[in-house]
Design a protein around this ligand. Structure first.
Ligand code: F0G
Length: 475
């Protein structure tokens, strides 16, 4: 098989879920009913669901089987130890708290780390700023509701869809250090290293960059938390692209990556392949006080700390999923599927961010130049794509970024992207071809697509529940 051009799906599909086909007229009504917000559509009305790869993929037979081993004890569950052992083995981290999903981990470590600075150094949290290569929206949200500002210190090319580079998810380490000095190191409660960098297009971070960031953080005594949703995809890119790693396994690269952080927060619904689950883990005793505080908070927020937000069976499933998600042939297939979609779209003249890990990111700003950022071109594109083909995708642009909570002004967004997120082992190459064909229809009609304005705008995480309407004019 080595010389074949295309790698077919390295699995057999034994369970299938039927989907409904709808007419254009039906979809036009459905999207209006949903307030021109694909998040508010019923899944039954969606033909190909590319909203997210979070908890929406297939799971493996081994994961399914593991569920039956669940020990549902309220405390000290055997399944908790199975999970903590897997974490120790894979990441080398000694202290584990299961959580119901990624944001469950965030609601524990974020307030704890901010409060620690406040208590130990007598600081005012309104002067604090947390730093990241790019904060995922819930990580940003948790930081902000805890009264701390955020700043993204991504590399210059991260959002430039005309530029390709191996590690577009990297921190700009000069900007990182400048930001630390400007804020005063004691005012930086944590640095979040998001791997892969979701908002920048599933772009990886190199080991060299992780190491450099960690060295800077240690110099200024700031803890680094690895936002680990897509850790295995990041390890795969390192193996393929970073010199010195070609002969290393995904497992050994993963182990090395995690030396360059003090803790990890994980949405296990992505690379660990579970429908629901998360992790908050710390490397060693140097984080024991933070771990202890997080466990205390866990009791009130998530559940007793040996189950967090998860049932015993779900912890067993996650312990297996962490390993299954690191399979070499699996990752090679997954990344090539995304690349196939991106190349197909580029061939018909739809500009995309360089192919990353979990999704194709279409540059809606370029496809719909007549719609200003204030009228959300990528969101307008999402609505059009749904009308044309029943495909549901998600805006990663101004709508998602939102307003500065202190000034109320829209934050300037580096790019208006539409994310076509590929659930794991769920859609085939025929689906990719269908998506590309749908875009050729969208492209024909592009100049007539209208911008959007709010009829309802929530204060936080507005993209989930906002309702919008088309503007009267084009753009
Ligand atoms: N961090 C990253 C990098 C994420 O991509 C996500 C979720 C989270 C944290 C929060 O985790 O959803 O389990 O609570 N991303 C999903 C997505 C929702 O569609 O990209 P969660």
């Amino acid at each position: 098989m080595e010389n074949f051009k295309h790698l077919p799906e390295p699995f057999r599909i034994r369970v299938v879920e039927p989907v409904k086909r709808t007419t254009r007229q039906y979809r036009e009504q459905a999207i209006i009913k949903a307030g021109m917000n694909p998040f508010l559509l019923d899944s039954d009305d969606v033909f190909i669901d590319l909203l997210t790869d979070s908890g929406t993929g297939s799971i493996t037979q081994n994961m399914q089987a593991a569920m039956f081993r669940g020990d549902e004890a309220y405390s000290g569950s055997r399944s908790f130890y199975a999970l903590a052992d897997a974490v120790k083995d894979i990441f080398g981290y000694a202290l584990t708290i299961p959580t119901h999903q990624g944001r469950g981990a965030e609601q524990l470590y974020i307030p704890v780390l901010i409060k620690k600075r406040e208590k130990e150094k007598g600081l005012d949290r309104s002067k604090m700023v947390a730093l990241s290569n790019y904060f995922f929206d819930t990580t940003q949200g948790h930081t902000q509701i805890n009264g701390c500002r955020i700043q993204n210190v991504h590399s210059n090319d991260a959002f430039n869809t005309s530029v390709d580079s191996d590690f577009k998810g990297n921190f700009d380490t000069d900007k990182l250090e400048t930001a630390i000095i400007a804020a005063g190191a004691e005012n930086v409660p944590y640095i979040v290293n998001t791997i892969t960098c979701n908002s920048a297009g599933g772009q990886p971070v190199s080991i060299a960059n992780m190491k450099a960031v960690y060295n800077i953080a240690r110099k200024y005594e700031i803890p680094v938390i690895m936002d680990s949703a897509r850790f295995a995809e990041n390890a795969y890119f390192i193996q393929q692209r970073e010199s010195g790693y070609q002969d290393q396994s995904i497992e050994s690269i993963t182990r090395e990556m995690y030396q360059y952080a003090d803790g990890l927060a994980m949405s296990a619904k992505k690379d660990a392949m579970v429908q629901m689950g998360g992790l908050l883990c710390f490397k060693d005793e140097s984080m024991a006080d933070v771990y202890q505080e997080c466990r205390t908070l866990c009791v009130v927020q998530e559940g007793f700390p040996t189950y967090g937000g998860l049932e015993g069976g779900a912890m067993e499933r996650l312990a297996v999923g962490l390993y299954d998600g690191m399979r070499q042939d699996w990752l090679a297939y997954r990344i090539s599927q995304v690349r196939y979609l991106v190349e197909g779209l580029e061939q018909i003249g739809v500009c995309c961010q360089q192919a990353g890990g979990h999704a194709a990111f279409v540059d809606a700003g370029k496809l719909l130049p007549h719609i200003p950022a204030s009228q959300f071109p990528a969101h307008a594109l999402a609505c059009e794509l749904y009308k044309v083909a029943g495909i549901r995708a998600v805006e990663i642009g101004s709508l998602l970024l939102g307003r500065d909570p202190q000034t109320g002004q829209q934050l300037p967004c580096p790019a208006e992207l539409l994310r076509l997120t590929i659930p794991r082992a769920t859609y085939t190459q025929t689906h990719m071809d269908f998506i590309i064909e749908a875009f050729s229809h969208v492209k024909e009609n592009a100049p007539k697509i209208k911008g959007l304005t709010f009829t309802y705008e929530p204060d936080v995480l507005r993209h989930f529940t906002a309702r919008l309407t088309e503007t009267d004019t084009n753009g």
